[in-house]
Design a protein around this ligand. Structure first.
Ligand code: ADP
Ligand code: MG
Length: 364
């Protein structure tokens, strides 16, 4: 089921005397989620991800704008009639019910012509349980399950009615690192198997990058960029986007363009033909450095971390905005750890320039 958001806005009124005014949690959102895709809604805490999800689910009413499921305008439709499945961070299972009863619950609530026979309900619950691989846990209660198992039950409960749209709000945040990885792969597998259009909210860029067909990156209620994960990484539209994606994070420098060359401090480090003379922020991805004895960028060497697959060179530079610069280079490189300085050449496609005022990308 395709989902279309059209100029969607949600304002929360100011509360109390000290309040600075109304909050625009979601500001003029327009985008289309293609049928059967998994969309990662990504951004820092408070940027409006949950509000967006709640608008799609119908739990929150928009201030303005419209929501379509397929060709149907569902803006005024209550949540229970939208055909959605919801999963939250805190599983929200019924503690006194068994796993089976928890999964059956949404089916038992169906009324009128939608009512199902007991056998059909049991069959659907068993199918949902099989999908998330918890068949052997059906008679336990939530307290007798690990966090990861509880979250699978919550996913099974959301899937049991075969929703048209599956909405997941930070579903992995309560799980430990290993389980988080495993469960996110499961979610991806289930999404592929069922083909359910899915919106996955997270503040974790790595999680969003790894799981999504498309990323919607937000800041302060405003969409910054929508694209495939790799494209957002390779082609960020502004400094915020460049900084939000990638571990280690992008290295940001105060720079200056003069006569088609990028200067960091006194050194001309890269040809940037076509860019007019101006002050810029220069962002260099950690993998954007070549170790070169005659390289134009000279940094004070602070240390070298060997990480098995590659080497992380830690250094400093007066024009750097980050306290340290991290450069990831191949293990075939030999770094003289006693040397006071290290010199780099830069890979042009890993260097991004941003306007100092607007922080928008300047292409070259
Ligand atoms: P996120 O999920 O990205 O962390 P939210 O959508 O929860 O962000 O919140 C976005 C903004 O809207 C925040 O500034 C938050 O304080 C505000 N907000 C969310 N819900 C309400 C509400 N019910 N009343 C007032 N302000 C709210
Ligand atoms: Mg949230």
């Amino acid at each position: 089921m395709k989902v279309v958001l059209q100029n969607l806005t949600k304002k929360f009124p100011a509360r109390g005397r000290k309040n600075r005014g109304e909050v625009i949690a979601v500001n003029d959102f327009s985008f289309e989620i293609p049928d059967g895709k998994l969309i990662g809604l990504l951004g820092p805490s408070g940027c409006g991800k949950s509000t967006t999800l709640n608008l799609i689910s119908g739990l929150v009413k928009p201030t303005s704008g419209r929501i379509f499921f397929g060709e149907d305008d569902v803006t005024e439709l209550p949540p229970e009639h939208r055909g959605i499945g919801l999963v939250f961070q805190n599983y929200a299972l019924y503690p006194h019910l068994t796993v089976r009863q928890n999964i059956l619950f949404p089916l038992q609530n169906l009324k009128g012509k939608d009512r199902l026979s007991k056998e059909t309900m049991e069959k659907k619950a068993a199918e949902a349980a099989a999908l998330v691989q918890i068949e052997e846990l059906m008679d336990r209660r939530p307290a007798e399950l690990s966090g990861g198992q509880q979250q699978r039950v919550a996913i099974a409960r959301a899937l049991v009615k075969m929703p048209k749209v599956l909405l997941l709000d930070e579903p992995l945040s309560n799980l430990d690192a290993r389980l988080r990885l495993q469960t996110r792969e499961e979610i991806r597998r289930i999404q592929r198997e069922t083909g359910i259009t899915t919106i996955f909210v997270t503040h974790d860029q790595e999680e969003a990058m790894s799981i999504s067909d498309r990323i919607v990156l937000m800041k302060d209620g405003v969409i910054q960029q929508i694209d495939k994960p790799q494209e957002v990484y390779d082609d960020p539209v502004n400094l915020f986007v460049a900084k939000f994606l990638g571990t280690p994070p992008i290295n940001v420098f105060d720079g200056r363009v003069e006569s088609g060359r990028l200067f960091l401090g006194k050194e001309a480090v890269l040809d940037v033909a076509g860019v007019s003379d101006r002050e810029v922020y220069a962002g260099i991805r950690p993998e954007g450095f070549w170790l070169r004895e005659d390289g134009p960028l000279c940094c004070a060497l602070s240390g070298v971390e060997v990480m098995g697959r590659d080497i992380s060179v830690v250094s400093m530079h007066a024009a750097s905005q980050n306290p340290v610069i991290r450069s990831i280079i191949g293990t075939e490189n030999k770094v003289d750890t006693d040397a006071p300085f290290v010199r780099f050449a830069l890979k042009p496609n890993k260097v991004f320039l941003f306007d100092k005022e607007t922080e928008e990308r300047i292409t070259f």
